[in-house]
Design a protein around this ligand. Structure first.
Ligand code: MG
Length: 299
């Protein structure tokens, strides 16, 4: 199932993407006289199997009035305001660690455990939104395409073996980073949490439609020029390891979002660096999920 949040005639809703149309789930349930599904996609995810069963019934048979053309809606982030910070994994692809190393002659030292930081809920924006670049604040704005994992089943101390059964689905994230702030404050949080610095979407592909997440191919372009390309299989710490590590002694809840790290090709990895400037368009793509575009504008 491909689930998206969107606005239509200035009203927010969510539904199931069916080729070039979308089935508005709350509207379909209301017209069909079914129990109303939760009001937004985050609460739909938290509602678990009951909500999914209702959605399955409505996909199989629904009133025509609940169908909208994709051209008539504007996608917003699947979860526009997460209830907590977005979990992020740093330095999770070997080539990316190598390109960020000051001395290219020495061997790459890999992390021994996943490096974990977070982005504030206020960072989330949707597809085709803008990021306002304040050049008095940062002179080193960078991009990072990442596979986003959305937790579906709340859990604590989740084993590697059980980890993927806790995944609701997959999406795309862009971990926009102010490299100078990331470095200046040592802890990464400030440089990673500027407002609107987490483009997220365009939709969530549910885990049952993903035979093997490692086959997702991530890529990113700036103004049409390819900068990043890799497979999710190249992660140092895979998704089961990330979930097992995060959930050890800390509850992961339905609707939590995890960005799983970025491959090589970030702006800071070039010599000289190629940071973002006003007017740039950054497009993240993941095979079989979709495309997430962000325009950088002067703030
Ligand atoms: Mg990142």
């Amino acid at each position: 199932m491909r689930l998206a949040s969107y606005s239509h005639n200035s009203e927010a809703s969510y539904g199931v993407v069916l080729a070039d149309r979308i089935l508005d789930l709350p509207r379909a349930a209301r017209i069909s006289g079914l129990v109303m599904p939760p009001p937004d996609l985050a609460s739909f995810i938290a509602a678990g199997d009951m909500a999914r069963d209702t959605a399955d019934v409505l996909v199989a048979g629904h009133p025509a009035e609940a169908i909208l053309d994709l051209a008539d809606v504007r996608f917003i982030a699947p979860i526009p305001r997460p209830s907590k910070n977005i979990f992020c994994i740093g330095r999770n692809y070997v080539d990316h660690i190598k390109e960020r190393q000051a001395d290219q002659a020495i061997a790459v030292k890999l992390p021994e455990a996943p490096q974990i930081f977070t982005k504030a809920p206020t960072t989330v924006i949707g597809p085709d939104d803008t990021f306002g670049l304040d050049s008095t604040l940062t002179a080193a704005l960078d991009y990072e395409v990442e596979l986003a994992v959305i937790i579906g089943t709340t859990g604590r101390n989740i084993s590697r073996a059980a980890a993927l059964s806790h995944v609701f689905g997959y999406s795309i994230g862009n971990d926009i980073t102010a490299r100078d702030l990331q470095k200046r404050h040592e802890q990464w949080f400030k440089g990673k949490s500027l407002d609107r610095s987490c483009p997220f979407g365009p939709l969530i592909v549910t885990a049952d439609e993903v035979p093997d997440y490692r086959q997702f191919e991530l890529s990113l372009t700036v103004n049409g020029e390819e900068r990043q390309r890799a497979f999710a299989s190249q992660m140092i710490f895979d998704v089961p390891e990330i979930i097992a590590t995060l959930s050890a002694g800390m509850t992961l809840e339905a609707g939590d979002i995890i960005l799983t790290g970025t491959p090589s090709g970030v702006g800071a990895g070039f010599n000289p660096p190629r940071f973002l400037k006003a007017g740039d368009e950054v497009v993240c793509t993941i095979s079989s999920i979709g495309r997430l575009a962000t325009r950088i504008v002067a703030a």
